[in-house]
Design a protein around this ligand. Structure first.
Ligand code: NAD
Length: 335
């Protein structure tokens, strides 16, 4: 099957080619640098499937264009599928498959990298030492041992984060409509979101972006937090209201902010814009705070995760070709 692979970076191509070569019947992967949109959808002409990533647009209009071109399957190289209009896909009888789990450790460990870097100010120390400045002024940190950490969403990634932080001697508070037995077994306590916000020294977000979780962390939520709290988001940008973060940083309620995702990251992250003027004033303001650390959606970016993503993507394509159903097809959503 010919597959139009949108938003291809060199590393995507490298890992997908290895995964494809390992398949019994390799697919004809057409690598495209373009992000999928209404304008770029025609590039999929002649393909049987489309392969997309987190910032590709799969709204109703794009899905309709793809269906007209004869696309029979959409495979996502991601776990999250908030960028797909599943109702529209269902109406068009266009199945959508994803990578349900590739390496929750990759994202969980990146979460810890953000927590530890912000706490011990590694990003500042690195720059200082390179300039011959070995002063410790301004680098004071705190022990993680004994701190209360609130985990919002205790699925695959949240559970690994809890396991690691439990090893650091943290007290785990959790909030999730479905309790995870592993969290309870390690002594974690499930509470309502408001109680978690009020009690936590560190809050880390691991819930999916859904209509009910959009801006779950807004100004009302910030008002409930402990002064000086550390907030980490490696889930999806839309889970937090960025303007409320800026306000919280200015008043000092938010003492540390670590972001791997941003609600307007589309067109910003994954690109080298070092010669450009950033037009997004909210994002530009975020970068001015000394206690904010932003990475450009790199939580998933380990060799192990990319190998697993490629393997599951090829598995989705092969199973669909063989049986008409992709291995990790997302259940249709009915209105
Ligand atoms: P998962 O489905 O295993 O877990 C998500 C958990 O969130 C579930 O337990 C669910 O019950 C819970 N949840 C749903 N609504 C909630 C709410 N209102 N409040 C609290 N909890 C709620 O998913 P996962 O594999 O752990 O991934 C979590 C998220 O991480 C993904 O949805 C994705 O958006 C994000 N992610 C980011 C990266 C990255 O590179 N930064 C990579 C992969 C995934």
């Amino acid at each position: 099957m010919r597959v139009a692979v949108f938003s291809t970076k060199p590393y995507d191509r490298q890992f997908l080619e290895v995964g494809n070569a390992a398949a019994g019947f390799p697919h004809d992967l057409a690598f495209l640098e373009a992000r999928l949109s209404v304008e770029t959808a025609p590039l999929a002409a002649g393909s049987g499937a489309v392969c997309a990533f987190v910032n590709d647009c799969l709204d109703r209009l794009v899905l309709e264009r793809l269906a007209v071109l004869g696309i029979k399957l959409v495979v996502l190289r991601s776990a999250g599928f908030n960028n797909v209009d599943l109702l529209a896909a269902d109406a068009l009888k266009l199945p959508v498959a994803r990578v349900p789990a590739y390496s929750p450790q990759a994202i969980a460990e990146h979460t810890l990298a953000l927590i530890l870097s912000l706490d011990r100010k590694i990003h500042k120390a690195y720059a200082r030492v390179r300039e011959g400045n070995f002063s410790l002024e301004g680098l004071l940190g705190f022990d993680l041992n004994g701190r209360k950490v609130g985990i919002v969403g205790t699925g695959k990634i949240g559970a690994v984060v809890a396991r690691i932080l439990n090893g650091f001697g943290c007290h785990i508070l959790a909030c999730d409509p479905t309790a995870n037995a592993e969290i309870v077994a390690m002594g974690g306590i499930y509470v309502e979101l408001d109680a978690l916000l009020a009690a936590s020294d560190i809050i880390t977000l691991h819930c999916p972006l859904l209509p009910e979780t959009r801006h779950i962390i807004d100004s009302r939520a910030v008002a409930r937090m402990k002064r000086g709290v550390m907030l980490i988001n490696t889930s999806r940008g839309g889970v937090i209201d960025t303007q409320a973060m800026i306000d919280g940083l200015k008043t000092g309620v938010i003492g540390y902010l670590g972001l791997d995702v941003y609600e307007e990251e589309d067109g910003l992250f994954f690109e080298n814009l070092s010669q450009d003027v950033i037009q997004d004033d909210i994002f530009a303001r975020l970068l001015t705070f000394p206690n904010v650390l932003v990475t450009g959606h790199q939580g998933f970016f380990t060799g192990e995760a990319l190998t697993a993503i490629a393997a599951a993507t090829i598995e989705n394509l092969s199973s669909f070709e063989g049986t008409g159903v992709a291995a990790h097809q997302i259940a249709p959503v009915r209105s």
